[in-house]
Design a binder for this molecule. Sequence first.
Ligand SMILES: Nc1ncnc2c1ncn2[C@@H]1O[C@H](COP(=O)(O)OP(=O)(O)O)[C@@H](O)[C@H]1O
Ligand SMILES: [Mg+2]
Length: 236
Amino acid sequence: MASLLSVRDLHVSYGAIKAVRGVSFDINEGEIVTLIGANGAGKSTTLNTVAGLIRPDSGSVEFGGDSLVGVPAHKVLKRGLALCPEGRRVFTQMSVAENLEMGGYTRTDAENRETLEMIFEHFPRLKERRGQVAGTLSGGEQQMLAMGRALMSRPRLLMLDEPSMGLAPILVQEIFDIVKQLNEAGTTILLVEQNANMALSVADRAYVLEIGTIKKTGTGAELLVDDDVRKAYLGG
Ligand SMILES: Nc1ncnc2c1ncn2[C@@H]1O[C@H](COP(=O)(O)OP(=O)(O)O)[C@@H](O)[C@H]1O
Ligand SMILES: [Mg+2]
């Protein structure tokens, strides 16, 4: 299996705060990989750095064999790496369809028409609500829209930052089912979650991030039964 994303010894800080302290991980084509960790562990900083929104102090990020360090976010997207950010950040004043259109700005109209059909198959609720203003959607629907918008760029790798945050358990299940479906349809996924139980259940492999450092790695199934992981992240 070829490594699609390879992050090596990444260091990222905000002024004097060292948020990421030597993180290394790999994602192979076709996998769902999850990065789990407590609030403040450095998960979002890692994703935002890979996406080109933050410049690292040091370390390397290679995507499909090319370096991404110093590449601006819109070019990272063009190369096939999309971020669905924490807190959704949909354009609340725009309709569902307009939000999706914004996500397709790197693609042609013909491509976008085709991608939209694919997205509506995964998210029938977005199809029903295509004319609705995004700010009036429920939290779960806004999450679906944020994921749909990221998918409009047809990414080779989709990075999801806490897609289950703030959602009722039934919607959390629905979002994770969709993550699985998207992966089965060919998208490689990097999933960041505080909901370790769900994340480990869908992931092929996982990394545990603590205070900016990778503390453990294994398959999702291995970490679900790991004593330390159970105590720290799965409520015993
Ligand atoms: N914009 C910022 N300015 C200063 N410190 C930040 C900023 N964003 C995050 N941090 C700090 O960096 C650390 C990692 O944060 P973050 O990557 O958001 O963690 P996580 O996503 O795992 O909750 C935390 O200590 C957090 O307070
Ligand atoms: Mg975060």
